[in-house]
Design a protein around this ligand. Structure first.
Ligand SMILES: *[C@@H]1O[C@H](CO)[C@@H](O)[C@H](O)[C@H]1NC(C)=O
Ligand SMILES: *[C@@H]1O[C@H](CO)[C@@H](O)[C@H](O)[C@H]1NC(C)=O
Ligand SMILES: *[C@@H]1O[C@H](CO)[C@@H](O)[C@H](O)[C@H]1NC(C)=O
Ligand SMILES: *[C@@H]1O[C@H](CO)[C@@H](O)[C@H](O)[C@H]1NC(C)=O
Ligand SMILES: *[C@@H]1O[C@H](CO)[C@@H](O)[C@H](O)[C@H]1NC(C)=O
Length: 521
């Protein structure tokens, strides 16, 4: 009887698991309106829906082109995109590169609180939280938004974190991913790291980590706690919410970054956002097809507007381009710029991934954003990087180091026609850059699972093992003084100090007895 009951129960549990696996429900919380963050989130959630998951997507933009016959619901957090774009328009990123990283982080978090708070209070989000409504996993990008981890706590389900620029330190710590400051550059570290780090570079890199730690501890975490507890007074503290973290899907790959040790639950899925190339608009297609001498594609990304460039920089670029036999496609917001050289086509929007796929594209001039870097490596195109802010300097250094690009920082005093022309000639005439770009591309594509297949595989894996706690290294839950062995070091310093003290005491004592002996004789 007892036995029968047990096996019956087992059967029921088994059926239940099968049932939930069949159409597991995923909640993707991605209210961050930054274009590249949104693109990555949207592609991931659509890909998971196509793979058969029931997807609910919290987003700043209405989803376009939802795949057919899938279970996909989006909840738009209205207004956050407008606020973000207005604020972003006020910050001149070209000038912003002069502020220090702590100031930048503080000003960005004030901006970020807007969509975190709006998500926590949104009526449709609140409606999801009705008793009885279940999700099997929560997905979100760890990006100064720890308060949103509360949803994993509410639904008592695993938390799947994503990153949009590789294993960034603040995500890495959630799964105990080591980031030794001796060779893993912090994203705010602006030095060159071409041949390993020198003493001073390592010191400066360490300071970047310490500044970030201090920023988290004194600014970010208290702010997240405040916003979360305003919305949900009974919520745990955000640092406790990290318990729910199961896995990190990092939008990176060995071919883009440098090799580094990876813990089992930080998996690299970089490139999943790149679809098979689509047909280009007719004018672009013709422009590219006709370009027998090759085409240079030039875009400074979505956040940095080319029209904010000072006139002399624009002229320097235009003059350098007009001296080349190659054609130039420039993504530029002023389509009607005066004095456009004959070999140029200017558009305020370009389908970048489809353009890079064209065989006549010989060079990509880029700001070096992480997605652009990924896309250029995917298609094996050399780069001239004009870094402006954040991780773009690092990405520029890597392109130089790996031999598939050259760099010219935006505020370089030698940013003039002659320099630009010389760099472009070198990149176009020396086959080494194209060879190395193609090599990177082969490394990029040489993996057992295609990037989107890997996303689906690891989400499924996480659900199969109910959060896959067996992947988590013990270091993830250690306090930092234990992780860094600071207590053991302190113990040894104390013992050494005590030893020296005792030695000194003995020597003085000995000296004293000798003195007294001498006196007696
Ligand atoms: C997840 O894995 C289960 C069994 O391991 C399989 O039956 C199911 O089809 C998978 N689901 C997806 C969406 O891949
Ligand atoms: C979607 O489902 C309908 C009805 O089942 C079917 O007729 C249609 O072909 C499907 N479309 C796709 C793209 O699978
Ligand atoms: C968050 O939103 C609520 C409700 O809209 C508002 O009362 C509160 O002041 C906001 N908090 C912050 C920090 O913006
Ligand atoms: C997270 O784990 C810690 C240590 O095991 C525990 O004290 C804390 O209550 C947990 N928090 C939550 C929200 O589960
Ligand atoms: C490209 O070549 C085709 C045929 O040779 C020609 O009709 C067309 O005008 C050319 N387009 C451009 C943009 O030069």
């Amino acid at each position: 009887m007892n036995f029968q009951l047990k096996s019956m129960l087992k059967f029921l549990i088994y059926m239940h698991i099968l049932g939930t696996l069949d159409c597991a429900r995923l909640l993707g919380i991605f209210p961050m309106p930054g274009r590249s963050h949104y693109l990555l989130a949207e592609k991931m959630m659509k890909g998971l829906a196509v793979a058969g998951y029931d997807v609910t997507f919290i987003t700043p933009y209405k989803t376009k082109d939802v795949p057919q016959n899938v279970s996909f619901t989006d909840i738009v957090i209205e207004g956050v995109a407008d606020t973000y774009n207005k604020k972003l328009a006020e910050i001149d990123l070209y000038v912003d590169s002069n502020r220090n990283s702590y100031q930048k982080m503080v000003s960005y978090t004030e901006l970020f609180i807007d969509w975190i708070n709006k998500t926590l209070h949104h009526p449709k989000v609140r409606a999801l939280m009705q008793p009885g409504n279940k999700f099997d996993a929560v997905l979100m990008e760890q990006f100064f938004d720890d308060a949103l981890k509360y949803f994993a706590h509410h639904f008592k389900c695993p938390l799947i974190l994503t990153t949009s620029a590789g294993p960034l330190w603040f995500t890495s710590t959630m799964v105990g991913q080591p980031s030794p400051p001796s060779y893993v550059p912090h994203v705010y570290f602006n030095g060159q790291v071409l041949e390993g780090m020198s003493f001073f570079q390592r010191m400066s890199n360490l300071y970047s980590y310490i500044v970030h730690y201090a920023f988290d501890y004194w600014h970010l975490i208290p702010l997240q706690d405040k916003v979360l507890h305003e919305a949900f007074p009974d919520a745990p503290y955000v640092t406790d919410l990290n318990n729910y973290t199961a896995i990190v899907l990092s939008s990176s790959h060995l071919s883009i970054l440098d090799p580094m040790p990876l813990v089992p639950n930080l998996v690299e899925v970089g490139g999943y956002h790149i679809d098979a190339p689509k047909k280009l608009p007719q004018d672009m297609q013709q422009f590219l097809d006709n370009a027998t001498e090759g085409v240079i594609y030039f875009s400074m990304g979505t956040n940095i507007k080319s029209k904010d460039m000072p006139e002399e920089k624009k002229l320097a670029l235009l003059n350098a381009f007009s001296r080349l036999k190659q054609k130039v496609l420039w993504k530029f917001e002023e389509e009607n710029m005066i004095k456009i050289p004959k070999n140029m086509l200017i558009k305020n929007w370009m389908p970048q991934r489809d353009i890079l796929a064209h065989p006549n594209v010989k060079l990509f001039i880029t700001h070096g954003g992480f997605l652009s870097t990924t896309e250029t490596i995917f298609h094996g195109k050399p780069v001239l990087v004009i870094p402006v802010f954040a991780d773009q300097f690092l990405n520029a250094d890597r392109a130089v180091q790996k031999g598939y690009g050259l760099k010219l920082p935006y505020d370089d005093p030698n940013f003039n026609e002659e320099t630009i022309f010389k760099l472009l000639k070198e990149l176009l005439d020396n086959p080494k850059y194209m060879d190395n770009a193609q090599l990177r591309s082969r490394i990029f594509h040489d993996r057992p699972l295609k990037p989107m297949e890997a996303v689906v595989y690891w989400v499924n894996y996480t659900l199969r093992y109910h959060g896959a706690k067996h992947l988590m290294v013990a270091g993830a839950n250690q306090p930092f003084y234990q992780y860094l062995m600071l207590d053991v070091v302190a113990f040894h310093v104390a013992v050494a100090w005590l030893g020296l003290y005792l030695l000194k005491l003995t020597i003085t004592k000995l000296g004293d007895t000798r003195k007294t002996k001498i006196k007696i004789h």
